[in-house]
Design a protein around this ligand. Structure first.
Ligand SMILES: *Cc1c(COP(=O)(O)O)cnc(C)c1O
Length: 361
């Protein structure tokens, strides 16, 4: 053991394992392991990014003013209540470090997004994972898990990797049941994909109180995962705290212009969502017809359940043999399942063919 050691809670963190992107010996791969959006990078984002090459000696605008204004205009939000980050992961980490820490508890659902646990342990929080019902966050159980030391509650809505969603009324009930000194963070990374009318990404609750934050990302429908860009919408006092603790230039200049470009791309979200709706249904139905349990999903991915970890592993191998990379779910305590991103029509067809053949043995 080295003489130099970090705080004990940090040694309990399992390093984050991202979606794989390579298969040894296979040249042509289809990456369906990170929910990156089916259509690549919006052309307007690419063009804006390219124009910046000769300006890279300049520090970016530390307030991300133009980007916050573009986000505000697009989503009908006050730019003064927006903070941008190097991915929403960065914002999640700052929120937890600022409001959590040793002696506090962070509550999340059992199969909630894994970065809440990673950042929670980094901060020294006790991370409480609450059992779900039908792979869906259980509002009553989440509320029952709150104790005097609870300071943070995280809910991804829709959740990754389960795809499940809580309707606006249920999220409001969750907020109403929490003490005023518990910050509720609604992670709406997949908000754009939701077509159910009973959904709210969290905007209403942020505006209605002083203790709810909504996080969003450019990594999914907007196709910019590689550039690292996310944001949050929060009450003014939380914005003030985040502006104190974030790096002064935490969002880089190419990310800002690419993000503005992505927002301006005509029809991008509409086309992506229509495609996602159609192919999520077709792929789910096709896999169910092949005998696989597929959970309902509101995101751009599905969770396919093979019953046992061995079967899921074999299914993963069958997909890999055809160059298809999906996500194993061990880190989410769902080793019997695979998460599959909705790709292009061709990608979905290949997944369906491969898994149908696998199920036929
Ligand atoms: C993908 C994802 C994020 C996005 O993180 P970025 O850091 O913005 O790329 C956040 N939360 C959930 C639930 C996700 O699935």
């Amino acid at each position: 053991m080295p003489a130099l050691l970090p705080r004990p809670s940090i040694l309990s963190i399992e390093p984050y394992v991202g979606g794989e992107s390579k298969i040894p010996g296979v040249n042509r791969i289809v990456k369906l392991s990170s929910n990156e959006g089916a259509f690549g990078v919006p052309p307007a984002a690419q063009a804006a990014y390219a124009t910046l090459a000769a300006e890279l000696h300049r520090y970016p605008d530390g307030h991300a003013t133009a980007l916050r204004e573009a986000i505000g205009a697009r989503f009908g939000l006050d730019p003064a209540r927006i903070v941008c980050g190097n991915g929403s992961d960065e914002i999640i980490q700052h929120i937890i470090l600022a409001y959590g820490g040793e002696g506090t508890e962070l509550v999340m659902s059992a199969h909630g997004f894994v970065m809440y646990e990673v950042s929670g342990r980094y901060a020294g929080c006790q991370v409480i994972k609450v059992p779900e019902r039908n792979l869906t966050a259980d509002v009553d159980a989440m509320l029952a898990a709150v104790g005097p030391r609870t300071r943070l509650m995280f809910l991804a809505n829709p959740n990754n990797p389960t795809g499940s969603m809580l309707p606006a009324a249920e999220v409001a009930r969750l907020r109403a049941g929490l003490r005023e000194d518990v910050l509720l963070v609604l992670d709406s990374a997949y908000a754009e994909y939701v077509t159910r009318p009973d959904y709210d990404p969290g905007t209403a609750l942020v505006e209605a109180g002083t203790n709810t934050v909504m996080t969003r990302t450019f990594s999914k429908v907007f196709g910019l995962g590689g550039i690292r860009l996310g944001w949050c919408y929060a009450p003014p006092h939380v914005i003030d705290i985040l502006n104190r603790v974030r790096g002064p230039f935490n969002v880089n200049a190419p990310a800002m212009v690419a993000g503005i470009g992505a927002l301006a791309e005509p029809g991008w979200v509409e086309t992506s969502v229509a495609h996602n709706d159609a192919w999520r249904a077709r792929l789910s139905d096709g896999l169910r017809a092949a005998g696989i349990t597929v959970h309902p999903s509101e995101g751009n991915f599905i969770l396919a359940d093979f019953g046992t970890a061995e079967r899921a592993k074999a299914a993963d191998a069958a997909l890999k043999a055809r160059g298809l990379i999906v996500r194993m779910m061990h880190s989410y305590d769902l080793p019997q399942a695979l998460r599959i991103t909705i790709g292009t029509a061709e990608d979905c067809g290949m997944v369906l063919d491969a898994l149908t053949a696998f199920m036929r043995g």
